[in-house]
Write a protein of this length. Structure first.
Length: 133
């Protein structure tokens, strides 16, 4: 599970529901006020479970999500999601170069949209720099 905070009043929670390969990976918008949290209808990112989910905001309406995909031999996958109102849409999906056993994201440059994706491949630590704009 991972949370990307878009503003003081909006966050997106990304998670896998259940266990096994038949359970979906979801993104859910949280609308936050001073007195309550309203949960929007969850959006299915993938129809199967994914592990090591990490979500990072890249603007007030976009997040990047990295994870390990159980349907393709735990290959690393990176999604860019657009958030508009209570709706989430996938803008792009890219596969990383190998299977991963853990994954993490960080933003390197806010002007150019570079992200560092670090992951564990066997006993090796590996990183890839990707441009998202």
């Amino acid at each position: 599970i991972s949370v990307a905070v878009l503003s003081e009043t909006k966050s997106v929670v990304c998670y896998s529901y259940g266990s096994g390969t038949e359970n979906p990976t979801m993104a859910c918008i949280l609308n936050i006020s001073e007195t309550e949290i309203n949960v929007a209808t969850p959006f299915i990112i993938e129809e199967h479970i994914q592990s090591y989910i990490n979500a990072v905001p890249i603007s007030n309406s976009k997040i990047i999500v990295a994870c390990s995909d159980s349907n393709i031999l735990n290959q690393g996958v990176v999604y860019v999601l657009n958030v508009s109102g209570d709706t989430v849409n996938i803008i792009s999906k890219e596969k990383l170069s190998c299977s991963v056993s853990s994954i993490s994201l960080t933003r390197l440059n806010s002007s150019y949209g570079y992200m560092l994706v670090a992951f564990n491949f066997g006993n090796l630590g590996v990183s890839e720099v990707i441009s998202i704009f």
